[in-house]
Design a protein. Structure first.
Length: 167
């Protein structure tokens, strides 16, 4: 017999891969895609959005407000024609507990200022909604006078009325 020349290799000559090695390859590809996808998602989520001037902006952290209820105030109103009374309960919406503590320390001074403010009003001043909103703003001004630190004075979000009766 004559020497047979080496025949070129065909697909049939390659030993077949086992099913186990195929599964491992597929699992490896899936894990790689998952890791890359997670990394890309983290990168995109942690980026700070650019502003118009090209600088980045810090993400705003939304905290839950802290409420400080105050005792009910009962005062004579400044009506000349008849005796009128105001009974009001105030709750303060604050940004943090540091502001709560700063207000609690100053509470005797705050109550005195608010009593003077409330008793200077007339029923006509306070009956319309605009009068109540103006009073809320004036109370906020008085409260900020009692707060020493600039950062603490910014901790007062709003003055809320939970009870408001004119008699």
């Amino acid at each position: 017999m004559a020497n047979a020349a080496a025949a070129p290799a065909t697909d049939n000559d390659v030993p077949p891969r086992s099913a186990k090695s195929r599964k491992l390859l597929i699992i490896g590809v899936i894990v790689s895609i998952a890791v890359l996808g997670s990394g890309a998602a983290y990168y995109l989520a942690s980026r700070k959005p650019p502003t118009d001037d090209g600088k980045t902006v810090e993400k705003a952290v939304h905290k839950h407000p802290v409420y400080l209820p105050m005792d009910t105030f009962t005062v004579n109103l400044h009506d000349a024609d008849q005796e009128r009374f105001l009974q009001v309960t105030i709750n303060l919406e604050l940004t943090d507990t540091a502001t709560v503590e700063a207000l609690k320390v100053q509470m005797p001074s705050i109550r005195s200022r608010l009593l003077l403010l409330l008793s200077s009003k007339t029923a006509a001043d306070l009956l319309p909604r605009e009068g109540k909103e103006k009073l809320s703003a004036e109370i906020a001004v008085e409260l900020r006078k009692s707060l020493v630190s600039a950062t603490v004075s910014k901790g007062l979000e709003q003055v809320l009325f939970s009870h408001f009766v004119i008699q």
